[in-house]
Design a protein around this ligand. Structure first.
Ligand SMILES: Cc1cc2nc3c(=O)[nH]c(=O)nc-3n(C[C@H](O)[C@H](O)[C@H](O)COP(=O)(O)OP(=O)(O)OC[C@H]3O[C@@H](n4cnc5c(N)ncnc54)[C@H](O)[C@@H]3O)c2cc1C
Length: 305
């Protein structure tokens, strides 16, 4: 089921048709406050009232036209401006293929560089999402280059990839900011762990290493998962290292495990919700369904009156 849904995520024919169906549009609202920035800002206000921070993602990937990349960069600059004016303290997280990486990597670099500077002037952070494994090396190298110029930039790494422990070693001398996730794409066994228990073990091992770097002041680390038993073990290790709860950062996606997000924030952990919005939600939404095929039942229920 997971592989089928991830295949659907990549299928252009379905991508043009499914988003037009009313029940699919209704179902996506579970993970997205709306298509407009205004809806995302309202969600961020609600988060703030609960002591939860926000990360904004304007959905889109694999652009085919560089003028769209300029439009995306301009939109993110606007997000940084509004978030700063409203005192929301929100960060942004961007896909490099949404900034034109497939067409002209230098243009993508210039756009991200501008966003990092814009974010720094507003005392916040710009993050790079991690896409499928065809992009991993380019994305890590891109991060090394941008990290050399900016303090306030972070990179998502995927625990399921066999190469990630080496990527962490490679980045540690640069004092990186790492958002660790399990990984959302359909990768072959030659590239990624396929058993859940192996992914969880890799996540934990990487987390312990990165938490030690946090303790030593050499990294920022975010455990981005909805797996609360994994979070409990990571938090336990962080506390055993002497880290204050405020220095143990957790991120989840908007609409998933909301009660747990609130509980962790109330317990004193640094929690952020990643709020995705925009019209280009199809592949992103299919990946959310693939993470928990029971969500398909929820989507189909939207067919009922
Ligand atoms: C802040 C954030 C940023 C991310 N950025 C990236 C990225 O840049 N690149 C990338 O490849 N992946 C990214 N991901 C997705 C990630 O790779 C996983 O696919 C996703 O988080 C599901 O795995 P999990 O860690 O929650 O653990 P799982 O073991 O999959 O889930 C643990 C529990 O959480 C709940 N849950 C998980 N997913 C869902 C869902 N979709 N719907 C309902 N309940 C669910 C279920 O109760 C499940 O039992 C991101 C995730 C987060 C939270």
């Amino acid at each position: 089921m997971r592989r089928l849904l991830l295949w659907c995520a990549r299928n252009r024919w379905l991508g043009e048709r499914l988003p037009r169906l009313r029940f699919v549009r209704r179902a996506v609202r579970r993970f997205m406050p709306g298509e407009e920035l205004a809806a995302a800002l309202t969600a961020a206000e609600t988060y703030r009232a609960r002591g939860i921070g926000s990360v904004f993602t304007f959905l889109g990937e694999n652009l085919a036209d560089l003028s769209d990349a300029e439009r995306v960069a301009a939109h993110y600059r606007e997000v940084l401006d509004v978030v700063s004016t409203r005192g929301l303290g929100g960060e942004i997280s961007v896909k490099l293929t949404q900034l034109g990486l497939d067409i002209d990597p230098e243009v993508a670099f210039a756009h991200f560089d501008g966003l990092a500077r814009h974010a720094a002037e507003r005392r916040t952070w710009a993050w790079i999402d991690m896409e499928g494994s065809a992009y991993t090396e380019r994305t890590v190298a891109f991060y090394e280059r941008t990290r050399a110029a900016h303090e306030n930039v972070g990179l998502c790494l995927q625990a399921y990839l066999h190469r990630t422990p080496a990527d962490v070693q490679r980045l540690l001398p640069q004092h990186p900011a790492v958002r660790l996730v399990k990984g959302a794409y359909d990768e072959p066994a030659s590239v990624a762990h396929r058993r859940r228990s192996d992914v969880d073990a890799a996540f934990l091992a990487l987390s312990t290493q990165l938490l030690e770097a946090v303790r030593d002041g050499n990294a920022r680390f975010i455990a981005a998962t909805h797996d609360t038993s994994l979070i409990a073990r990571i938090a336990g290790f962080g506390e055993a290292l002497g880290l204050d709860r405020k220095r143990i950062e957790v991120q989840m996606l908007y609409g998933i495990r909301t009660v747990e997000q609130r509980r962790l924030a109330a317990e004193g952990f640094d929690v952020r919700g990643l709020i995705a919005y925009g019209t280009a939600w199809y592949p992103w939404y299919m990946r959310r369904l693939a993470e928990r095929p029971a969500n398909v039942v929820f989507a189909l229920r939207q067919l009922l009156p």
